[in-house]
Write a protein that binds this ligand. Structure first.
Ligand SMILES: Cc1cc2nc3c(=O)[nH]c(=O)nc-3n(C[C@H](O)[C@H](O)[C@H](O)COP(=O)(O)O)c2cc1C
Length: 213
């Protein structure tokens, strides 16, 4: 198998990043790239890898969905009592990586993380499909599960509990905002001479420069 993996060699291409990054603002640029990804045939254009610091000091990474982006940060939702929730309580900092294979683009962002407010959580929770709302109550994310039947039973019980009324936002479910101080844009280019720019937040605002592939 290793031999054949080594033979996989795809050539990258795409429009280069701006030649002059003197007054580059990473936020509108990031929003533009996300819009491009959504408009492309990328099956899950808002999927991103979130890396946190484990309680044992080892990194942990998993895929989540990006739900909001703008100068305030990158918003995602999860269970506050999940392993990632505990990790973010202990170390409120994270890295996210987005990768769009059709566009051959990567974005990396690093920064501090804060929880959304209860009001923000409730507003987003209300917009979710009812089955997802029930799922949020029925599942204790990343806890052991004896069988699928056990989970289905929890879902039925939760559905009965909220029958005939709106499903409220669980107290331990909600969003996080990653507030980056470093954002890197990576555009694949032929012969692995990929184009990269990195923006770092300084006392004078964002300072952007090109880095080698
Ligand atoms: C495409 C995709 C989207 C996902 N979206 C989310 C999400 O938005 N929120 C979430 O909590 N988990 C999401 N997950 C599940 C996480 O990857 C992970 O399994 C879960 O959050 C438990 O992580 P933890 O044990 O590190 O807390 C998604 C997984 C995939 C593959």
């Amino acid at each position: 198998m290793n031999g054949s993996l080594r033979d996989i060699r795809r050539e990258y291409s795409g429009a280069a990043l701006p030649a002059d990054v003197g007054d580059f603002d990473p936020w509108p640029f990031l929003e533009g790239w996300i819009a491009d990804a959504v408009a492309s045939d990328e099956p899950e254009p808002t999927a991103m890898v979130l890396a946190t610091v484990g309680l044992d000091g080892r990194p942990r990474a998993r895929v989540l969905l990006l739900k909001e982006v703008g100068p305030d940060g990158l918003v995602f939702f999860s269970h506050y009592e999940s392993p990632k929730g505990e990790q973010l309580d202990a170390t409120p900092a994270a890295a996210v990586t987005l990768w769009w294979s059709r566009l051959m683009r990567q974005v990396r962002a690093v920064g501090r993380v804060e929880r959304l407010t209860r009001t923000e959580n409730e507003a987003y929770f209300r917009s979710r499909p009812r089955a997802s709302q029930i799922g949020a109550w029925a599942s204790y994310q990343s806890q052991p599960l004896g069988s699928r039947a056990e989970l289905e039973e929890q879902v039925i019980e939760t559905g009965d509990r909220f029958a005939g009324r709106d499903v409220p936002c669980p107290p331990d479910w909600g969003g996080y905002r990653l507030i980056p101080d470093e954002i890197e844009f990576w555009q694949g280019q032929p012969s692995r001479l990929n184009d990269r720019v990195v923006s770092r937040l300084t006392a004078d605002g964002w300072v952007t420069g090109r880095i080698q592939p």
